[in-house]
Design a protein around this ligand. Structure first.
Ligand code: MG
Length: 206
């Protein structure tokens, strides 16, 4: 099912915050990726000409099974039907330039093919979403390793928080932030993201 939007959480692992020297957040940074950036397992990430320092970010994606508006933290997980592995591919130089100039970073995150997502699996088979190992390798070398227990804002809290402001529709995607270890990917690289009980996502870079 094609989502109407991808809502993204930035700075949600303490280690990634210190890595990128950002401020420790009081509320999460929320931004969007357009659905046009989505690709699947096995598809190629295509870096446009002139774009430099493209980086990977392995993230747990949650997919809504019904419309979600103004829900409590306690009820939040009832709205999630599936989970998937997501790579929040980011043009970091473009993102930092925009940030330093006080502009939005939408373009750096919304480039075509910069939203790889694995085939969603039913949430029932995932187990405790707040205790899943995440890992990302580039050409077989480990770059990111983390666990969803190290999130600053928990998944039910995030679902409730977003629902205060935005109606998440059936099929919409929430991506929940990335742990430390983000690094540059270049043409020819093979990027493999894995999340325990959720799956594997493999994409080559062109
Ligand atoms: Mg991200």
């Amino acid at each position: 099912m094609r989502p109407t939007k991808i809502v993204c959480i930035g700075w949600n692992y303490k280690s990634h915050v210190s890595e990128l020297e950002s401020k420790y957040p009081e509320v999460p940074t929320v931004f969007f990726k357009p659905v046009s950036c989505m690709i699947g397992d096995g598809d190629e990430i295509v870096i446009p000409e002139g774009v430099t320092n493209v980086q990977h970010e392995v993230e747990l994606a949650l997919i809504y099974g019904k419309d979600c508006k103004s829900v409590s933290e306690e009820d939040a997980m009832e709205y999630i039907s599936h989970a998937a592995v997501f790579n929040d591919v980011s043009a970091r130089d473009m993102q930092w330039k925009a940030r330093d100039e006080g502009n939005t970073w939408d373009l750096s995150k919304g480039i075509d093919t910069f939203g790889p997502m694995s085939e969603p699996v039913p949430i029932e088979q995932v187990g405790d979403v707040q205790n899943l190992d995440l890992e990302l390798t580039v050409n077989g070398e480990i770059r990111q390793k983390g666990n969803t227990r190290n999130m600053i804002f928990t998944i039910p809290w995030l679902i409730s928080y977003v629902s205060r402001y935005i109606t998440m529709e059936k099929g919409d995607v929430l991506i929940t932030g990335t742990p430390e270890g983000v690094s540059e990917i270049r043409p020819g690289d093979v990027v493999v993201a894995r999340i325990q009980n959720v799956g594997t996502l493999t994409n080559k870079v062109r």
